[in-house]
Design a protein. Structure first.
Length: 462
């Protein structure tokens, strides 16, 4: 009996601001089987969604599938794996389906992917989706793409690094993979037709790293599509997903990975240039300049278009020069404050008694950041919003979760109390609060009863 066709092992992965010390992640080389793997048949429903399917022997690994309306097993199709950080397969699939329909992708979205935890769920999910690609879906095994959000974007990049011959690109949402100087990383980044799309929100606490990744890729002369939207840390809006899949297709055609359609390429490049011009007309000159720079790196003077001249013209505009300088300053400032925050939390870790809500608010300048987010100019406002997002996720998720794992419920409660200064506790925070309260001694519970009662009440407790 055959085992899983491609096995994923463990690797050193940096994701969601944490480094997990693991060994190595590897996909075995794709092999031809004389006997097909035993797997559940996925019914082909062109233009429709299969909400739950499995492939291979591990039926605990489930995924949803979208087939574009033209799907037929007579052809080989580009395939997009979607790795939602909370395994919300259908939530992610609904976002990607319209773009997949327009550009002819089959989409497989896992129910088992997970960020901010052990990497093993993603290993199993990747194996299941790869098995489906080779056994039950008419997939082109040289045109596999992965979309990941936050921590799963970093994991997706590690998976692609280990199978560079089969993966054609990545959509990294709300995070920047660790692009580095290693031979493997450089080789994949410069592979003909390999496509990279990055997205981030103006309030995303990972926006600075996304912009820095773009700068590094540009310095390496790697064509990359980067889009920013007005919003928080999340999957990008549907139009940006469509842009990313079109970028995969465009990059693939110009790099020889996709069959060339010169008319479509010319039309798409023209549409991109028009979009950049319309953005410039709205006063967003930096955004327009970056689009033209990406087009110039990608296509040069394809079909007689001189993207380079327009890119240089915009790049030298005083408003663009000023905006770039300010963004670099804000990103540097953000990363500095982020480092200071890490030091502050480390000092808390070293003490037995937790800080009060008021002490945390003062130390992290939450009041000042809220004022800046409400009153300052657009770039400074966005910087303050990103800082508040970072503070919120640290106080409302990472720090209390860490303290609960360490059996330090008092510290977890202090974090959640301070988090409530930013927003009411949500279901996740309420669950952690309940766990923290259950971990208190009787004496601690009596001393904290008056202090924690408002928080418990906000969560529906008494």
């Amino acid at each position: 009996m055959h085992k899983v066709l491609c096995n994923v092992k463990r690797c050193g992965i940096y994701y969601n601001n944490h480094v997990t010390s693991l060994k190595s992640i590897a996909l075995c080389a794709l092999i031809s089987l004389s006997t097909p793997l035993r797997s559940q048949t996925i019914e082909s429903l062109p233009g429709r969604t299969v909400e739950r399917a499995t492939a291979g022997e591990d039926t605990s690994q489930a995924f949803a599938v979208y087939y574009p309306s033209g799907y037929s097993e007579a052809s080989k199709w580009p395939l997009l794996f979607v790795m939602d950080p909370r395994g919300r397969a259908m939530v992610a699939l609904r976002l990607f389906a319209p773009a997949a329909e327009k550009h002819g992708f089959v989409v497989v979205s896992s129910y088992n992917t997970l960020s901010d935890g052990e990497v093993e769920p993603n290993i199993g999910a990747a194996n299941a989706m790869l098995t489906a690609a080779q056994t039950t879906i008419a997939a082109d095994m040289t045109r596999l793409y992965i979309a990941g959000f936050s921590g799963t974007a970093r994991i997706a990049w590690s998976i692609e690094l280990e199978a560079p011959k089969i993966f054609g690109g990545i959509l990294s949402a709300g995070a920047a993979p660790i692009f580095n100087d290693s031979a493997g990383s450089r080789g994949l980044l410069h592979a003909p037709g390999f496509a990279i799309a990055l997205t981030t929100g103006t309030m995303d606490f990972n926006a600075a790293e996304v912009r820095r990744a773009r700068s590094w890729l540009r310095s390496e002369r790697v064509p990359v599509r980067v889009e920013e939207y007005a919003g928080p840390h999340s999957w990008p809006p549907a139009p940006l997903i469509e842009h990313a899949l079109a970028w995969f297709r465009l990059r693939g055609m110009l790099g020889g990975r996709w069959p060339m359609d010169s008319a479509w390429v010319k039309l798409r490049l023209t549409e991109e240039a028009k979009r950049a011009d319309s953005i410039a007309a709205l006063g967003k000159l930096l955004d327009a300049a970056e689009i033209y720079e990406d087009l110039d790196e990608l296509a040069g003077s394809f079909a007689g278009s001189d993207f380079g001249a327009r890119a240089k013209e915009l790049a030298m505009n005083p408003a663009v020069l000023s905006a770039r300088k300010r963004l670099i300053e804000f990103d540097t400032r953000y990363l500095s404050r982020k480092a200071q925050m890490s030091v502050y939390f480390a000092t808390i870790d070293a003490k037995d008694a937790p800080p009060t809500r008021e002490e945390i608010i003062r130390a992290l300048d939450i009041t000042g950041l809220k004022k800046m987010a409400a009153e300052s100019d657009s770039l400074e406002k966005q910087w303050a919003q990103r800082m508040l997002s970072l503070v919120g996720v640290m106080l409302g998720f990472y720090q209390p979760r860490t303290y609960l794992d360490l059996k330090r419920p008092l510290q977890a409660i202090s974090m959640l109390e301070a988090s409530s200064a930013l927003a009411p506790l949500g279901p996740g925070q309420c669950a952690m609060l309940s766990q923290a309260l259950a971990g208190l001694t009787d004496d601690e519970r009596r001393k904290l009863e008056e202090k924690t009662q408002p928080l418990s009440a906000s969560c529906g407790g008494t």
